[in-house]
Design a binder for this molecule. Structure first.
Ligand code: HEC
Length: 115
């Protein structure tokens, strides 16, 4: 009985679409998911934080965007989009190398990118 339930739960979840399959998402997406960014940033919508497609659009012609966004994610802050503050991500939460990967990923998104 026990074994059967263990097999049944993921099957039911898959059937009802409660847990979308994210295994086909790129590693950058997985990193953002693992770090918790999607609690506030969600695909194509402005949730608590701006949609990353909008972020990419805003900074696409800005040569300082990478440095600026790296700094913003490390230190947090508000005022660029809304008065709410984004929390800062210390090295323990997100290493500098991984932060750079996420910034490049965000800036690579197009308005119609499905993330
Ligand atoms: C608790 C909610 C929350 C979480 C979690 C969060 N953000 Fe944000 N984020 C915000 C808010 C709010 C803003 C808007 C800040 C502003 O208006 O200046 C924002 C803005 C941004 C911006 C645009 C900054 C600018 O100045 O234009 C980027 C890029 C960003 N977030 C990336 C990330 C990444 C990467 C993660 C995960 C490592 C993350 N966010 C996690 C709330 C969050």
């Amino acid at each position: 009985m026990r074994t059967r339930n263990i097999l049944l739960v993921p099957l039911l979840a898959a059937l009802c679409g409660c847990q979308p399959d994210t295994s086909n998402k790129p590693p950058e997406w997985q990193l953002a998911d693992k770090t918790g960014c999607f609690q506030c940033h969600i695909t194509g919508k402005n949730r608590l934080g701006p949609a990353w497609q909008s972020v990419s659009e805003r900074y696409k012609n800005n040569p300082d965007a990478e440095a600026y966004l790296n700094n913003k994610i490390a230190n947090g802050g508000g005022g660029a989009w809304i008065s709410k503050e984004m929390p800062g991500y210390s090295e323990q939460l997100l290493t500098t190398a991984n932060r750079k990967i996420l910034v490049k990923y965000i800036l690579s998104l197009q308005a119609n990118s499905d993330i």
